[in-house]
Design a protein around this ligand. Structure first.
Ligand code: PLP
Length: 408
């Protein structure tokens, strides 16, 4: 941020003076965006390798999404779920067709999609007459509501106890541990096929296959949280398609709306029928404006073949990173699937993020030491090269700085 006649500064000062102190923000006010590039209020350009944390997959302000929002906004913005609307019906049909699921429930965010899945799990257990216990994985992240933090890490739960009861957390990729906790009373097993906030950690295919079998054996819902890893990012429309393991319930959000807030729960007929009339719902979920945006977004993903783009560009990004970090003592691993990539460092990545930002690239750090890259799927090879150049030079500088500090 430049002081003096900076246009960013009053925006930042105002937000800091009256908003809850919940986000530790960078001193940057983003004003516009197009494709993979965003521009701040002082005219500085950044390649957005974070894309709103895996949201802007079709790029910022994709013309088709903008047009759909404009046209729908002039016709009808909101109507109660007491009534039907064409955008909602069309989006439901498209998602059912593209995903192979029978039914969809629309909501407004990732956490809300997970909340619905949690209720489905609880009720599934109760219907079996054995209580509605849930099983989640250690190191998971499913959102910030009480229902979703109850599944997740201690650090997000600690200040908000007591939590809802009967939740088991097991080590990821440990089949034996899962076998031990799942029983006939369990309502649902919930997991991210690729743990995002936990440090971009893909689960093993064998583990997901085993989880499917264990859930089938005990009539337990298998729920995949695809809020971050879904919607083409892995090179497949859904991560479960990459793995070849179909859960009963898929939670989606983020990239579903092309930047417009919307969430969705996709389910088999049997799983969806667990919830009865009036047992769940939301005022805004599936409103015409959100559905028109998501419909245009999903059509772009299909028509511009963004699954293929994610697979091909992800391979290029991963190979480039692996080649160029080979032998670097401070890089422990480059991992990920498609365009969801993590680079694990031996030191904290937060300062690297700041260095990258000062050089015009937005990224972030998951789980303290993992640099996370989840760029728009429309990112060009040249932009990928710039992201990698900037990331490598920033990592190198920060490593040298930490070495210097340690030896002082
Ligand atoms: N699930 C996963 C895997 C996420 O990454 C997130 C958000 O980062 C959520 C759920 C919560 O989504 P939202 O922030 O839209 O509530």
């Amino acid at each position: 941020m430049t002081k003096g006649n900076s246009r960013s500064e009053p925006i930042i000062t105002s937000a800091e003076s009256n908003q809850f102190k919940l986000y530790r923000r960078y001193p940057v006010a983003i004003e516009s965006g197009s494709g993979s590039v965003v521009v701040d209020a002082d005219g500085r350009e950044y390649i957005d390798a974070l894309s709103g944390i895996a949201v802007n997959s079709v790029g910022h302000c994709h013309p088709a999404v903008v047009k759909a929002i404009q046209e729908q906004a002039e016709r009808l913005i909101h109507v109660s779920n007491f009534y039907y609307s064409e955008p909602q019906s069309r989006l439901g049909a498209l998602l059912a067709e593209m995903s192979g699921y029978d039914r969809v429930f629309f909501c407004n965010s990732g956490a809300e999609a997970l909340e619905a899945a949690v209720k489905m799990g609880r009720k599934n257990g109760n219907l079996k007459g054995k209580g509605g216990g849930l099983v989640a994985l250690e190191n998971c992240f499913h959102g910030r509501t009480i229902g979703t933090i109850s599944l997740g890490k201690e650090k997000y739960r600690a200040s908000f106890e007591p939590m809802p009861p009967d939740i088991e957390r097991v080590e990821p990729n440990n089949v034996e541990a899962l076998e031990k906790v799942v029983n006939d009373g369990t309502g649902a097993v919930i997991m991210e096929p690729i743990q995002g906030e936990g440090g971009v950690k893909p689960l093993d295919r064998g583990y997901l296959e085993a989880a499917r079998k264990i859930c089938d054996r005990h009539n337990v819902l298998l729920v995949f949280d695809e809020v971050q890893c879904g919607i083409a990012r892995t090179g497949h429309l859904f991560a479960w398609m990459y793995y070849g393991v179909k859960p009963d319930v898929v939670c989606s959000a983020k990239a579903l709306g092309g930047g417009f807030p919307i969430g969705a729960v996709l389910a088999t007929e049997e799983a969806a029928s667990i919830l009865d009339y009036g047992e769940h719902g939301t005022t805004y979920g599936g409103n015409p404006l959100a559905c028109a945006a998501a419909l245009a977004n999903m059509e772009v993903i299909r028509d511009e073949k963004l699954c293929d783009a994610a697979a091909e560009k992800g391979e290029y990004l991963m190979k480039t990173l692996r080649d160029r970090t080979a032998g670097l003592e401070y890089v422990l691993e480059v991992r990920g699937i498609g365009l969801m990539v993590g680079v694990e460092l031996t030191f904290k990545g937060g300062p690297v993020v700041k260095r990258m930002m000062s050089k015009g690239v937005l990224a972030n750090c998951a789980s303290e030491t993992v640099m996370r890259l989840v760029p728009p799927l429309v990112i060009s090879r040249e932009e990928i090269d710039t992201v990698v150049d900037v990331m490598l030079s920033s990592m190198k500088e920060e490593y040298a700085a930490t070495q210097e500090k340690n030896s002082a």
